[in-house]
Design a protein around this ligand. Structure first.
Ligand SMILES: [Zn+2]
Length: 219
């Protein structure tokens, strides 16, 4: 889509253009606390950035900006206990390649899973879905009960089934989430090309739009 948009816009606008490309699911997956779905969305935006940087090589007067409008979910790649037998550090694992591979084996987004399970899933349907689409994952009895009795994980984790599946994945991968909502975490901005320096340093989020205005008005 990015390649097609660049082709159409550059042909129709010899004096320049602005193209906005969004991988929206980074937000939706954050709300769902769905690390595997997030990973796929990050790969998608990574592909789009590569297309933009390719275009820039042929048109060096292009500024490429990669940014997020906010963070969602308070994701932390951290650690977890292997089981509840001991609190000692020898009973811990930290997120790494093995855990990323587990995420890579997941074949369904939490959003789709929640839709498939519906309002009142049976225990059998839930177990079958987890076994088929979340290979290697075990739904602990407390989490399983929450889904079957339609409870939410916490007062700030209100995406019922999705946030609970997120906790299942967190316990076995160490990818924990702090909320089902947005956070105030600063976001990284990456830029390349003319005007890139305007986006350096720690800035207020409203400065971002002012910088864009300045660049467009300067033309
Ligand atoms: Zn959002």
């Amino acid at each position: 889509m990015t390649a097609a948009a660049l082709k159409a816009l550059s042909q129709a606008n010899p004096n320049g253009f602005v193209l906005f490309v969004e991988s929206e699911n980074t937000d939706t997956a954050g709300h769902a606390n769905d690390a595997a779905s997030l990973m796929h969305s990050l790969w998608a935006i990574d592909d789009a950035v590569k297309v933009a940087l390719d275009y820039q090589r042929g048109s060096p007067d292009t500024l490429v900006i990669v940014a997020g409008d906010h963070e969602t979910g308070g994701l932390s790649a951290t650690y977890a206990q292997k089981d509840l037998s001991s609190m000692s550090s020898s009973n811990r694992f930290y997120t790494g390649d093995a855990q990323l591979r587990m995420l890579g084996g997941i074949t369904m987004s939490f959003k789709t899973a929640a839709g498939k399970l519906g309002k009142k899933p049976s225990g059998d349907a839930l177990d079958a879905l987890v076994a088929k689409h979340f290979p290697g994952f075990k739904l602990d009895p407390d989490l399983r009960e929450m889904i079957l009795t339609q409870k939410t994980l916490e007062r700030n984790h209100t995406y019922a089934v999705q946030n609970i599946l997120g906790r299942m994945v967190a316990r076995q991968t160490g990818f924990y989430w702090g909320t089902g909502g947005h956070t105030g975490e600063p976001v990284l901005v990456g830029t390349a090309g003319p005007g890139a320096d305007l986006f350096r340093g720690y800035q207020d989020n409203t400065d971002f739009g002012k910088n864009l205005h300045r660049l467009i008005e300067a033309r």
